[in-house]
Design a protein around this ligand. Structure first.
Ligand SMILES: NC(=O)c1ccc[n+]([C@@H]2O[C@H](COP(=O)([O-])OP(=O)(O)OC[C@H]3O[C@@H](n4cnc5c(N)ncnc54)[C@H](O)[C@@H]3O)[C@@H](O)[C@H]2O)c1
Length: 266
């Protein structure tokens, strides 16, 4: 079981889904470290909002694709709150929209670094800090000591032309999630992912700014609307809780059935 006051780290916590996760965790009474990338004021505003509700939060800058930055991030987080017991990897970039023949290595690398190298680096550092926790003797049930949720996407499985950087990164993240779940189960560390469909965050700024575009996109979603970041955060918090103790190594889709429309109408 994971103590109610065990600390959590959320990447990409200054915006969208990460912000909603950080706020929900902070309001639940957990100490929270949230990372921001470029917008320090937005990161601090999330920490302040948690503090104004009586919680404890720290906003720290980090490029999740940078190994040294992740080491410094965790060191500072641990100085403040001790070893992290919950990890949410929400930081990420959307697809570049570039077809293969025009895509530069720098474009591909930029998305892979944020969406795949980032979770690799944070998961590794998170797990290393828990190395003192003894593995469960073989043949006996694991005791939950820590939990990870990676924010993937329905595009981990459903490809889009022009999205090879994002789709490859999220496909890799799905396998990173399952492989880690297998590796870490004997140590009581659960690893899951969520796969959102269309969620109204700055990643969908164009639809937020253009009602006609939003309407057209929502018409393609069987549930008839896009999702809200708070709905994804509700799911993430469940997967981080002891109630989800027996869930590890899976991706939970949250998309209003959008991904089920693939290959319809042929
Ligand atoms: N919004 C959607 O429709 C949707 C759908 C499926 C999956 N997702 C995934 O959800 C996650 C969160 O996205 P969002 O919708 O909240 O978008 P968002 O743009 O609001 O948030 C993404 C955050 O990641 C941060 N970030 C980007 N690159 C970074 C880097 N290298 N290092 C550190 N931080 C970095 C950004 O600063 C931003 O705060 C992403 O992984 C995204 O792929 C979003």
């Amino acid at each position: 079981m994971i103590a109610d006051n065990a600390p959590a780290l959320v990447t990409g916590g200054e915006s969208g889904i990460g912000r909603a996760c950080a706020l929900a965790l902070g309001h639940s009474g957990r100490p929270v470290v949230l990372t921001y990338y470029a917008d320090a004021a937005a990161g601090q505003a999330v920490a302040d909002e948690i503090a104004s509700g009586g919680g404890r939060a720290l906003a720290l800058q980090a490029d999740v694709g940078n190994e040294a930055a992740i080491d410094s991030l965790f060191a500072e987080a641990e100085r403040a709150f001790g070893p992290m017991r919950l990890l949410v990897n929400s930081a990420g970039l959307n697809m570049s929209g570039t077809p293969l023949q025009a895509m530069t290595l720098a474009q591909f690398d930029r998305v892979l670094r944020a969406d795949l190298y980032g979770p690799f680096l944070t998961c590794r550092r998170f797990v290393r800090a828990l190395e003192g926790d003894a593995p469960t003797p073989s043949g006996s049930a694991a005791t939950g000591v820590a939990r990870i949720v990676n924010v993937s996407s329905i595009h981990e499985r459903a490809p889009r032309a022009g999205g090879l950087d994002y789709d490859a990164a999220k496909g890799g993240l799905a396998q990173l999630t399952t492989t880690l779940a297998l590796e870490l189960a004997p140590r009581g560390i659960a690893v899951n992912a969520v796969a959102p469909g269309m969620i109204l965050t700055p990643m969908n700024q164009s639809a937020l700014d253009h009602p006609d575009e939003l309407k057209a996109k929502e018409a393609a979603i069987p549930w008839g609307r896009a999702g809200r970041p708070e709905e994804v955060a509700d799911l993430v918090l469940y997967l981080l809780s002891d109630r989800a103790d027996y869930i590890t190594g899976t991706t939970v889709t949250i998309d209003g059935a959008l991904s089920l429309t693939v290959a319809q109408g042929a």
